[in-house]
Design a protein around this ligand. Structure first.
Ligand SMILES: [Cu+2]
Length: 274
């Protein structure tokens, strides 16, 4: 926790509260936002605690044997509350909304930066990862085809899906944007990668994209951030960020194998149908 202590980290609650190190391109902005909010909450906490103790001592029965029916006569509390509203508005309008707008605005740019496309499929209780394969295109997703938990539901007759493959580990290349479409085959989960400062609800019937750029090679955990049943705590997957070359070698091999197998199966079905 204090391993890489600097003066700057003294002012960063997200660091001394034990948040894992950031490894994504946008993550420092999220960390900054958390720091600002934590300082504000700390100030509120100290303020209200002081107020609480002032009340305890000032309004004892001994000092106030008779009830006061007029209440507060000055405007201090009104001014304080207006102050809190102003700070909250600054947090929302000055920090949170611009950060959110910037995140959503980058999507079009990310699309042009040769992103890795992958679907993260949550199920009770685990994750599966559906890669778009060498052609970069997902096969048609037919959710009616679901027959196992975490099924990718790739429509078998769509040529775009022949080279798609499903993996149990999320592998990504370092320094290249990843667009992860998050979905679920049963209940609502939440796909959460804390070291990348990103998470997204996994909603059955929907593919919702989230995107980030890993900055370092590492192996870390992906977890479920939404209480989803008795096995919720076991929904731990693995994210491996590796060099562009080892990622491409791994992905293109699995994709080519899938392509051969799926194409052969398709042709067999076609021949049988005639
Ligand atoms: Cu879950």
């Amino acid at each position: 926790m204090f391993s890489n202590f600097t003066i700057a980290s003294l002012f960063s609650p997200s660091e001394w509260l034990g948040l894992p190190e950031n490894n994504s391109a946008h993550g420092d902005q999220v960390g900054h936002m958390m720091d600002v909010i934590t300082w504000f909450m700390l100030a509120l906490f100290i303020g209200w605690t002081i107020f609480f103790f002032i009340c305890l001592f000032k309004f004892t029965k001994k000092k106030n044997p008779k009830a006061e029916y007029h209440g507060v006569k000055n405007h201090v509390s009104t001014h304080l509350e207006i102050g809190v509203i102003i700070i909250e508005a600054v947090l929302l309008l000055g920090f949170a909304l611009p950060l959110w707008a910037e995140r959503t605005d980058t999507f079009d740019r990310v699309l042009e930066e040769n992103p890795v496309r992958v679907r993260a499929i949550g199920y009770q209780f685990g994750w599966k990862f559906h890669y778009a394969g060498n052609d970069g295109k997902f096969g048609y997703i037919d959710r009616d085809l679901v027959n196992t938990p975490g099924d990718a539901c790739i429509y078998p007759d769509d040529p775009n899906g022949f080279d798609d493959f499903v993996a149990s580990t999320l592998k990504l290349p370092v320094g290249r944007p990843a667009i992860v479409n998050v979905t679920s085959t049963d209940v609502i989960h939440n796909f959460s990668i804390i070291p990348m400062r990103i998470q997204q609800d996994a909603i059955p019937g929907k593919d919702v994209p989230m995107w980030f750029t890993p900055l370092n090679e590492l192996e870390t955990s992906v977890v479920c951030g939404q209480l989803c049943g008795e096995g919720h705590a076991d929904m731990i997957g693995t994210l491996v960020v590796e060099s562009e070359k080892s990622f491409t070698d791994w992905a293109s091999k699995l994709s080519s194998e899938a392509y051969e197998a799926n194409k052969a199966a398709y042709e067999k079905r076609q021949a049988a149908a005639q």
